[in-house]
Design a protein around this ligand. Structure first.
Ligand code: EPU
Length: 474
């Protein structure tokens, strides 16, 4: 009993990302009066009253593998499009209305952050309305930012509209150091005075002034932050070597609906002519291309025949190309994709690259597919320096993977994976383990699924509807 709860405590350290505080003391074993000394005490008696915090943090996903996937699945709105779009409502002294909003932990986090700034938010089903006219605070607190790195997206809009922003500096992350230096040098180029003190970034400018910004490498949220900031700057800004992801295009289109003048999004050069203010707009969140790719890889790995509905095939050319090379049958339609899994799965090498290259957010899922391929494959992660943590968990399921030089993995295909108890280390790692569980012989139990809840909406329900034997357990 004691060991089991000590093991859960290791999980509990990740609660920092859910905004819970740990202090060094003892813990109460849930359901008993026993204490274990020398480990963290959760300040909100979390184990005993999970509902006060996040009621899913201890959940696990259990999968009994071996079933083929059949039927239809609908794709939700894209997390990584929704986050900058919702942040952009700070630029508007009025209401911004969003539809097709995914029901995700990260969306709750950005909403909480906006409400803390004073914005009024109302939601119903997949609809969210943000009224930015009541914003009366320019500080994004550590307790809110540490839950989600993408909170940095409020920096550009706040300084652009209010001339002042104070945002907690996001720390490191499970997949890499992830600095924000390019966000800051870009804001400096627009005339903001930047200082970092006591863990907070402070940016000040009477009014930002348009300028040329050259990114050392394409940065997705960096491009988004600077694009938003430049909309209210005086004069024209040009972002060079900008990220080209579909989420950038979606943001540019939304900003233009609000009255901004952004052109070139989707190419490496984005031009923004500053305007005095932006106004209310209705914005529909684009489909999640990474959720789409995750279901595609799952079908290719587990076998079966699935129609993936409500997606945007044009956004996932890199994934389609690689999956076809593995032998999967893929038919694309206007807003849906049919995937048929075929055997043997053929080995294919991948290298992650900025869009339109193969996305780093699909690397973990693709690695799982390669574990059961016919030969060897090389997986090269070129975006983040520590994005192979899932490989160690896949090894526990019988995969044969060796990692050389930190960012290249050699995956030797095995005949089958075996169910095991495994642990998710980040959002996409959790998806790779779900796919492994669907393929494996026997039972897989995945812990730390709160990582998954940040970015996949009801994934177990969606797979269950496709015939998988998958459930969330406490
Ligand atoms: N980088 C810097 N300095 C900066 C900014 C980035 O060195 O100022 C580096 C990063 O460390 C990384 C590379 O540039 O090596 C690219 O990072 P990028 O800034 O593009 O990543 P991001 O904007 O922080 C977004 C997604 C990630 C996705 C990456 C890459 C959102 C909210 N997040 O992160 O999504 O992996 O782009 O495509 O859009 C996920 O959804 O699981 C996820 C991690």
């Amino acid at each position: 009993m004691k060991n089991a709860w000590v093991a859960e405590l290791v999980d509990a350290r990740d609660l920092k990302s859910l905004g819970e505080n740990l202090c060094t003391s003892s813990i109460l074993v849930p359901g008993t009066k026993k204490k274990i000394k020398g480990f963290g005490l959760l300040t909100k008696t979390l184990f005993l009253n999970q509902s006060k915090a996040d009621n899913s943090f201890m959940d696990k996903i259990q999968i009994i593998g071996g079933r083929k996937l059949r039927g239809e699945v609908s794709i939700s709105g894209a997390k990584n499009a929704a986050l900058p779009l919702i942040a952009s409502s700070i630029l508007v002294k009025g209401k911004t209305r969003f539809s097709n909003v995914p029901n995700l932990m990260d969306i709750k986090s950005i909403r909480l952050l906006l409400e803390d700034l004073g914005a009024t938010c109302e939601s119903q089903d997949r609809y969210l309305e943000v009224d930015g006219s009541s914003i009366n605070k320019i500080e994004a607190q550590y307790d809110l930012v540490r839950k989600m790195r993408a909170s940095i997206l409020v920096l550009g809009p706040l300084v652009a509209r209010f001339g002042h922003a104070k945002v907690s500096l996001p720390g490191g992350c499970a997949i890499g150091a992830r600095p924000v230096n390019m966000h800051l040098s870009g804001l400096k180029a627009l005339g903001a005075a930047i200082s970092i003190e006591h863990g907070y970034i402070e940016a000040k400018a009477d009014r930002l002034i348009g300028n040329e910004i050259y990114f050392d490498m394409p940065t997705v949220t960096g491009t988004e932050n600077l694009m938003m900031a430049a909309t209210l700057a005086k004069g024209t800004s040009v972002l060079r070597n900008a990220a080209r992801e579909p989420e950038i295009v979606a943001l540019a289109e939304a900003l233009n609906l609000m009255g901004a003048r952004v052109s070139g999004a989707g190419s490496a050069i984005i031009t923004i002519e500053g305007v005095k203010n932006l106004s209310s707009a209705d914005i529909k969140i684009i489909p999640d291309r990474i959720e789409t790719g995750t279901f595609m890889v799952a079908v290719a790995a587990a076998g079966g025949d699935v129609l993936i509905k409500g997606c945007e095939p044009d956004h996932i050319g890199g994934i389609i190309n690689k999956l076809k090379a593995t032998g999967a049958t893929i038919e694309t339609f206007t807003d849906s994709i049919r995937v048929i899994g075929n055997t043997p799965v053929q080995s294919v090498d991948i290298k992650t690259l900025p869009y339109p290259g193969f996305p780093t957010d699909m690397q973990a899922q693709f690695m799982t597919l390669m574990t059961i391929a016919d030969k060897n494959s090389m997986i090269h992660e070129s975006i983040f320096e520590n994005r192979f943590v899932h490989a160690n968990e896949l090894l526990r399921m019988g995969a044969d993977i060796s990692i050389s030089s930190g960012n290249i993995a050699m995956v030797r295909g095995v005949k089958k994976l075996q169910g095991a108890q495994v642990m998710a280390s980040d959002l996409r790692a959790s998806a790779s383990l779900v796919i492994a569980g669907l393929v494996a012989e026997g039972t897989t139990v995945i812990s730390r699924v709160y990582h998954m809840d940040r970015g996949y909406e009801a994934i177990e329900n969606k797979f269950s509807l496709l015939g998988a034997n998958i459930e969330r357990i406490k």
